[in-house]
Design a protein around this ligand. Structure first.
Ligand SMILES: C[S@@+](CC[C@H](N)C(=O)[O-])C[C@H]1O[C@@H](n2cnc3c(N)ncnc32)[C@H](O)[C@@H]1O
Length: 481
């Protein structure tokens, strides 16, 4: 169903995108693979002008006017946005030296001023984009001393942490050997450390924004067999860019990320317009199975919601689907619940973190999906992420849970209502849907890559028959057997 273009076809189409008018820019939007058609439909619906569009696995390329870039950054289905600045034609990737020198040509194009202007207007960078050699040398020295200050502060902090830890260990041994080694706390601390190191850097930097020199990082993404590694390409191209523009290389605290993509025979260079993935917009308290906001949006979109619809997520975990629903679909109302008290408190925290006016669009309950405190046919849409039987639940439990859950949500949804159920346990869900005859019909199936895990989103439609009639038919069928 999801027909994707071959690398050669993408190459042709990408070159085609570059043939368009000078006033247009070429963009690449990334999305979890399997969800490209949904990203395409959102782009077509919300971007006022698109000249051409093509898609590949996990990516959509299109050209538009530069003034629409800010609007594109507000799209909810995409993770990252890149401005594509050049593509390589007839690059020989079989021999190392010639491959590297051909790839280096990617940076030899005349429009760097225009590209940096676009990036600057998006990133709000106020420093020097094209510094002189002297400005670069001076700024490099400052960066080195700043890094040293952060390094020293960091060491001091580590000493304090070790002392504190020894103190806690000693105390916990005294209290009957009970150690507070909660994995979640460790994780929280490691996240805190990252934040702290960055903010330490920011706090130690006393320079005016205008005096800073652009810091960049070169990244290379590569798939297929080539004679060069991603690191070799990144080093070589990064070196050339540094020489060309006097930019400072900084892999951690960079302002600009330049990205080379080598996919089979397709080679192109882009700059990132999204320093952080756009999926990091809603959730502050993550659980073991938290879904990306962008994936949640695409699942909601699969259900084709209409204004006024009541949307239910009966297995909401930390609430990523209802939170995204409340943010993205202002005309709809969201109901959500979970059986696990920890999931409920996570969801509560995530809802509290929302903008005030949107919080009221979610109702959160502690419940069991197999016995929902809801009357028949009271919700229009169900969008949910079933326990996969991997990180959450087990395949054995799934059989029982899926059967009871599909029956119960079939009771609560209106006739012809749409349900989108995401699962990794395809066998159990397919078996359940088949077993219930006319209760559910499959409208569409999309396989989605969730960080290497192949999940499947089932788009289902509730049949028109009442639950009593369906159950009666099932009983009769059982008796006949
Ligand atoms: C895959 S997780 C959902 C993750 C969620 N979409 C998120 O992003 O946080 C499945 C959830 O189903 C919940 N669950 C399992 N059995 C349940 C039941 N009988 N009733 C309600 N919730 C249940 C689990 O507690 C878990 O939070």
């Amino acid at each position: 169903m999801l027909k994707l273009l071959s690398p050669n076809k993408v190459q042709m189409d990408l070159y085609g995108l570059f043939q368009v008018s000078e006033n247009l820019v070429v963009l690449e939007a990334t999305v979890a693979s399997g969800l490209e058609p949904l990203a395409v439909s959102e782009i077509k619906e919300k971007v006022p002008f698109i000249s051409q569009l093509c898609r590949a696995r996990g990516r959509v390329f299109f050209s538009t006017y530069v003034e629409h870039v800010q609007q594109i950054l507000m799209l909810r289905s995409i993770d990252h946005l890149y401005l594509i600045v050049s593509t390589g034609k007839d690059i020989n990737l079989q021999e190392k030296d010639s491959a590297l020198s051909s790839v280096e040509k990617l940076i030899e194009f005349p429009n760097w001023n225009k590209v940096i202007d676009i990036w600057r207007s998006v990133s709000k960078f106020k420093g020097k984009c094209f510094p002189s050699k002297e400005e670069y040398l001076e700024a490099s020295l400052k960066e080195t001393s700043l890094k040293q200050i952060v390094q020293d502060l960091w060491k001091e902090r580590e000493v304090i942490e070790v002392t504190e830890k020894q103190h806690v260990d000693k105390e916990s041994t005294v209290c009957g050997g009970h150690k507070f080694k909660d994995k979640r706390n460790e994780l929280k601390q490691s996240i805190m450390r990252k934040i702290d190191r960055k903010s330490m850097y920011r706090n130690s930097d006393q320079r005016l924004e205008e005096d800073k020199v652009l810091k960049f990082r070169m990244t290379c993404y590569r798939s297929g067999n080539h004679c060069v590694t991603s690191q070799e390409v990144a080093c070589s191209l990064g070196g050339k860019l540094q020489e060309k523009f006097n930019w400072i290389v900084d892999l951690v605290n960079h302002d600009l990320e330049v990205v080379t993509n080598i996919r089979e025979d397709l080679v192109y260079l882009g700059i990132s317009l999204t320093p952080d993935s756009l999926h990091r917009r809603n959730i502050i308290n993550f659980g073991p199975t938290t879904l990306r906001a962008t994936v949640c949006y695409n699942l909601l979109r699969l259900a084709s919601p209409n204004p006024g619809d009541i949307i239910l997520d009966p297995l909401c975990g930390g609430g990523s689907i209802p939170v995204e629903g409340a943010m993205a679909l202002p005309g709809c109302y969201n109901m959500a619940g979970d059986i696990h008290p920890m999931a409920i408190s996570r969801a509560f925290e995530n809802i509290q973190n929302m903008r005030c006016e949107r919080k009221g669009y979610i109702d959160l309950s502690h419940w069991d999906v197999t016995n929902l405190p809801l009357r028949n046919a009271c919700v229009d849409i169900i969008v949910t992420d079933l326990p996969f039987g991997k990180r959450s639940g087990s395949k054995q439990n799934n059989q029982n849970l899926y059967q009871k859950a599909m029956l119960e949500i079939g009771r609560c949804i209106v006739p012809s209502g749409r349900a989108v159920c995401l699962t990794w346990d395809r066998a159990n869900l397919t078996r359940t849907i088949r077993a219930y005859g006319s209760l559910w019909s499959i409208v569409r199936i999309a396989t989605i890559n969730l960080g290497g895990l192949q999940a499947t989103a089932y788009v289902l439609k509730r049949g028109l028959e009442s639950l009593d009639t369906i159950l009666e038919k099932l009983q009769k069928r059982k008796r006949r057997k």
